[in-house]
Design a protein around this ligand. Structure first.
Ligand SMILES: [Zn+2]
Length: 348
């Protein structure tokens, strides 16, 4: 029996994935639930999350008193220190304090961070980037996420807004991006970007099995895998184009940061990562300086869908460590005080 448990939640636009970790970082329980049920109001998503945690505790049979901490993520700008969700593009949270109601409800610390940042942190602590000091992460999903570890630390920039290099502009006259700009990496290499290309070609009368499998503006990654296996020409073109621009963006990031490793994660990579990696590797050397390229490893994420969940565990463990240190400092100060007090009394 584990002496304590952590609950980690991956909160997306359409679903919440929850896991329970035991003290050995083993996942002992999993739950997946849709967030779209019950409308789109701020409180409703909070209620869904609370419901998921309640259900997980109940169904797993863990002792509620042994719950140590809860961590979550969301896509968007999140003040990781205060737990305030400043802005999320796919969830109705604006300057929203989710920390307080969660801590009040469950009586344990609650932490929240940006999903891609935590995905990179997870790979850095427990996955493909373990042992490296400088990490550039690209997460290829519905959109294109970025996360940076610099000198062994997650780089969040001013007001936690760093890492948006999915919106690096690679062609100002390129296709329209979700952000309002044209020609961002996301507009070429994300599921949205690839779907837009495939839809355009289908509208011109070309056939693709993916064109018949689009819902909410994107295909599902498993259909991309199937299409590539069946040598669907339009799908192959979309992937070639995605990888071409991903290689350019990767080259730019390699020149800028001279990282130890570049990792690719996210749903698309989980499904067809081998193909992406091969194509990017074939081109990337053209877009960065050979001397810098020579010291960079390029790999796929190792934790698959769980990168973010492991990043949340790392966030909990970092907070525990910080807590221990501040406790030590407090007791050090006490000792200092009593020591200086003694000195003073001696002087007298
Ligand atoms: Zn953009």
């Amino acid at each position: 029996m584990s002496s304590y448990y952590n609950i980690c939640l991956d909160v997306g636009g359409t679903k919440v994935l929850g896991v329970i970790f035991d003290e050995n970082r083993e996942i002992i329980y999993r739950l997946k639930k849709k967030t779209t049920e019950g409308g789109d109001k701020t409180e409703n998503i909070e209620q869904v999350i609370i419901g998921v945690v309640d259900q997980m505790i109940k169904e797993s049979g863990i002792n509620k008193k042994k719950l140590h901490a809860i961590a979550a993520c969301a896509p968007g700008v999140i003040d990781q220190d205060s737990g305030i969700v400043l802005f999320t593009p796919n969830l109705p949270w604006r300057d929203y304090d989710i920390k307080t109601p969660m801590e009040n409800k469950f009586g344990v610390p609650f932490y929240i961070g940006n999903d891609v940042n935590l995905g990179v942190l997870g790979e850095y602590k427990f996955g493909a980037a373990k042992g490296y000091k400088n990490v550039v992460g690209f997460f290829v999903g519905t959109g294109m996420g970025g996360g940076l570890i610099l000198n062994g630390k997650l780089y969040t920039g001013n007001k936690f807004k760093a890492g948006e290099y999915g919106h690096m502009i690679l062609d100002p006259e390129g296709p329209l991006c979700n952000c309002g700009q044209r020609g961002c990496l996301e507009a070429f290499a994300s599921k949205k970007g690839m779907t837009a290309y495939i839809s355009q070609q289908a509208a011109r009368g070309r056939k693709s099995i993916i064109a018949d499998n689009i819902s909410n503006g994107v295909f599902r990654s498993k259909f991309l895998k199937k299409a590539l296996e069946e040598k669907d020409v339009v799908a192959q073109e979309a992937v070639d184009r995605a990888c071409h621009y991903l290689a350019i963006a990767t080259g730019n990031m390699i020149n800028t940061f001279s990282p130890d490793i570049v990792i690719y994660g996210g749903g698309v990579i989980e499904a067809v990562g081998d193909i992406f990696l091969e194509k990017v590797l074939a081109e990337v050397d053209r877009y960065c300086m050979p001397s810098i390229r020579s010291t960079v490893d390029i790999k796929q994420a190792a934790l698959g869908d769980d990168s973010v969940i492991y990043g949340e565990l790392a966030m909990i463990e970092a907070a525990d460590k910080k807590g221990d240190k501040s406790d030590e400092k407090k007791s050090d100060k006490k000792q200092d005080k009593s020591a200086s007090g003694k000195k003073q009394s001696k002087k007298k």
